[in-house]
Design a protein around this ligand. Structure first.
Ligand SMILES: C[S@@+](CC[C@H](N)C(=O)[O-])C[C@H]1O[C@@H](n2cnc3c(N)ncnc32)[C@H](O)[C@@H]1O
Length: 237
């Protein structure tokens, strides 16, 4: 993803993509939601505002503390195993989480088990028919190499096909919505993202030329922000 270090601003790409997911989730009129990898609880907040019962599970202690301070119900834990009974939530969501999971098959099997209606999953997405998005893919790969070099698990995004293949059973009902708003990826945002990805590391020798080229492309306005692909997987057709 391209926005890790980005400062929160109204109608940032992050806000736009989140709003898209929230809209899709609320259109399902969920009675209850479990958000796996809920981060700082933005989806939980949107559910609360809409009167939907929602809980989260998240391994990061700071994120869990933030969520709880905001009054959200969140457990500290992993995507697998999930500490919930079978079919205990109508919908289980994983938003921009699968590419952070070392064992995505176990996570999707668990999500499927605790969902009574189905899963709503999103991953970052790029429309590579646009040259500006092909640059965005290169940035994503570069920043993930930096993340991995400092010990973080951060894989390539999973395609809808890859996600479906990980499910424990062939799903009855699938809907896919890919969305990108190709707005210019700003140089200052890129610098924040690079700083967040690198941490204390120096840029590895083999990545220096790539970083220079991407900086130049961003400066010239040739790069746009990533989109999102939303996958609804229903248990009934
Ligand atoms: C890119 S963030 C997305 C956060 C949130 N879902 C959102 O849409 O803003 C990825 C999240 O996955 C969480 N995560 C990483 N490994 C995980 C695991 N094994 N089980 C559950 N969540 C995990 C991270 O801590 C982080 O909060």
């Amino acid at each position: 993803m391209l926005h890790k270090g980005r400062l929160l601003a109204m109608s940032s790409n992050r806000d736009i993509l989140l709003a898209r997911f929230v809209r899709r989730l609320l259109a399902l009129e969920p009675g209850s939601v479990l958000d796996v990898g809920c981060g700082r609880g933005q989806l939980l907040a949107a559910c609360a505002a809409a009167g939907v019962r929602a809980e989260g599970i998240e391994p990061d202690a700071d994120c869990v503390a933030d969520c709880r301070a905001a009054g959200r119900t969140v457990r500290r834990g992993d995507a697998a195993p999930l500490p919930f009974a079978d079919a205990s939530f109508e919908w289980v969501t994983l938003r921009h989480v699968p590419h952070h999971l070392g064992e995505p098959r176990a996570a999707l099997t668990e999500a499927w088990r605790v969902a009574s209606q189905g899963l709503l999953i999103a991953e970052p997405w790029y429309d590579t028919s646009l040259p500006s998005q092909a640059f965005a893919v290169r940035i994503d790969r570069l920043l993930k190499r930096f993340d991995r070099a400092r010990g973080m698990f951060h894989a390539e995004v999973l395609s809808p096909h890859a996600l479906i293949e990980l499910l424990p059973v062939p799903p009855a009902d699938i809907e896919i919505e890919a969305f990108v708003k190709p707005t210019r990826y700003a140089p200052d945002e890129f610098e924040l993202d690079v700083m967040a990805s690198l941490g204390q590391l120096d840029v590895p020798e083999e990545d220096r030329a790539e970083l220079r080229e991407l900086r130049a492309a961003i400066k010239s306005g040739a790069v746009t922000d990533n989109g999102t692909v939303i996958l609804r997987i229903g248990k009934d057709g």
